[in-house]
Design a protein around this ligand. Sequence first.
Ligand SMILES: Nc1ncnc2c1ncn2[C@@H]1O[C@H](COP(=O)(O)OP(=O)(O)OP(=O)(O)O)[C@@H](O)[C@H]1O
Ligand SMILES: [Mg+2]
Length: 359
Amino acid sequence: MYLKNLSLLNYKNIAEANYEFDPKINCFTGKNGVGKTNVLDAIYHLAYGKSYFNPLAVQNIKHGEDFFVIDGTFDKDNRNEQIVCSLKKGMKKVLKRNGKIYDKFSEHVGFIPLVIISPSDSDLITEGSETRRKFIDSVISQLDPAYLQELINYQKVVAQRNALLKYFALNHTFDKDTLSIYNEQLDELGHSLFEKRKRFLEDFIPIFNKHHQSITDSAEDVSLRYDSHLHNKRLLDLFDESLQRDRVLQYTSVGIHKDDLLFEIEGHPIKKFGSQGQQKSFLIALKLAQFEFIKKQSGVLPILLFDDIFDKLDETRVAKIVQMIDDKVFGQIFISDTHPERTENIVKETHQSYTLFNL
Ligand SMILES: Nc1ncnc2c1ncn2[C@@H]1O[C@H](COP(=O)(O)OP(=O)(O)OP(=O)(O)O)[C@@H](O)[C@H]1O
Ligand SMILES: [Mg+2]
């Protein structure tokens, strides 16, 4: 699968642009702020129906304009698939496949498998556990739509249970039976979600380790672990134990909505003890594992967007990635970098077709 062409209108700083792409390597180069990342984000938009960088959809419309259009044609199984994503101020965003409007964006998720590697992935290390849960959830739900629905149901019941705890506190009352209805629903949903996350990570972590060892020549001892209250106990027992605390907090303090991924280097949090290059290598391994996982599960080579590819990586680590391109690990790849000559010299070494776009 690959993206054949892309037309943009009023997307962020890009008034109008049309690109014909190489099925293999495409490089966007140019100075800071010219719009390299914006082009990659437009491609991301076609796969996920939203921006990777700016969750506020209207802020992706070029300043002073009142709509944007992203129009791209993919080759998937030798068929043309035209995806158009557009937004007009004050209206709902529209996503179309071959002229037909999607009722639900979730029906499109997974149709264009795509992985992005970007400097803003560092949020996965620096931000709270929600960012990391979202990462796992988005990978699992690309392949298992039932997972997403269960997760939404779980979150609804947590919100209801929290509202009940607040009601108890406010009215100085308590009703064990009503609470236990929610507890049982959460126990069932939470257990199923936990099992799916656990099974996913059992497959995912070895793939992550393999990529990390490969990029770093096994120079760093890192680990990725799944942290969950449910590892040793059923949620029903946890609710019993935390009842007093939950009543005081008026909030459900245990469950899979507290799950986390622990990123460690030499047994310590990478957030505090990893150098910038070590953190970046960790994140790239995480994304390459996502790439391989999606490829394995879907049988399709995902498109890879590699934003600021050479930033903060030493030559050996860059060479490893270039070797992967050369070994045809990837399908179509989009690269952005500030130095046109550096980029060209590096992609030349891969002996694969490439197109350079100097913005
Ligand atoms: N809605 C918008 N309207 C107009 N310009 C916008 C909008 N959103 C973002 N921009 C502008 O787009 C430019 C940034 O583009 P982008 O992030 O793609 O740059 P870049 O080429 O990747 O730069 P760098 O090398 O620094 O990563 C910025 O100047 C930013 O202000
Ligand atoms: Mg950029």
